[in-house]
Ligand binder design. Structure first.
Ligand SMILES: Nc1ncnc2c1ncn2[C@@H]1O[C@H](COP(=O)(O)OP(=O)(O)O)[C@@H](O)[C@H]1O
Ligand SMILES: [Mg+2]
Length: 219
């Protein structure tokens, strides 16, 4: 019997073709092809400086490619968890405030009611197991708890494509497990996920792995 997901037509969320990016006069990406479909997890691995974060920046639309084609549906919603986010420790923001910022991205026709926003924030905080800390200032959290709050900010955006840059690096085992479970829930719900990692064993149900070396895909 077919599983429910196998019965659905595959839907390509993002396709990168022949992407080239020059940074500081050096090729950071060179002829990179990659694609991810709805409900799939694509891991991006490779040594430091190989272009992993650059690839996510291009996918997020934050950095224009110098060559190649980025194909994405016109209404694709993207959420990015940047690499080791510099978050001012003394900002007077609670966990709830930080997660609620994720709802700001949902504009125009997508804009749900404020009540729905609040419920979504509560749900995302619960998903990363921070309910007890929801009113705590973000600066008082441990690194793992803070990263989970930032992931909740991503979850609340209900994006079609989620980009995670080394989401578990340097975190405690519990936070890593919670983040891995969140990724699985995202893909189970049909979200496409691209995650940069140094340790593929952190993730379950990986659909594809892209290995970068000096800005090129190693086959
Ligand atoms: N903001 C930036 N400005 C200029 N060059 C950068 C910038 N960020 C990264 N680079 C360069 O781009 C290349 C790829 O970097 P990056 O994508 O951050 O690699 P990775 O994430 O795999 O460690 C490196 O040579 C790096 O020095
Ligand atoms: Mg990086």
């Amino acid at each position: 019997m077919l599983s429910p997901s196998a019965a659905l037509p595959t839907m390509r969320v993002l396709s990168l073709r022949g992407i080239g990016v020059t940074r500081d006069g050096h090729p950071a990406l060179d002829g990179v092809n990659a694609q991810v479909q709805a409900g799939q997890l694509l891991l991006v691995v490779g040594p430091n400086g190989s272009g992993k974060s650059t690839l996510l920046s291009v996918a997020a639309g934050l950095l224009p490619a110098d060559s190649g084609v980025v194909e994405m549906g016109p209404h694709t919603r993207i959420a990015l968890l940047p690499q080791s986010t510099a978050l001012a420790p003394h900002l007077p923001l609670t966990v709830t405030d930080v997660v609620a910022m994720g709802t700001w991205a949902r504009l125009g026709a997508w804009r749900p009611s404020r009540r729905a926003d609040r419920d979504a924030v509560t749900e995302a905080i619960a998903a990363v197991e921070l309910t007890d800390l929801a009113r705590r200032p973000i600066g008082t959290l441990s690194g793992g708890q803070r990263q989970r709050a930032l992931l909740a900010q991503v979850l609340v955006q209900r994006a079609d494509l989620v980009l995670l840059d080394e989401p578990m690096s340097g975190l405690d085992a519990r936070s890593r497990a919670i983040i891995a479970a969140s990724v699985t829930r995202l893909t189970d719900a049909g979200t496409a996920v691209i995650a940069v990692t140094h340790d593929a064993s952190e993730f379950t149900s990986i659909d594809d792995v892209l290995e970068l070396h000096d800005g090129r895909v190693r086959n």
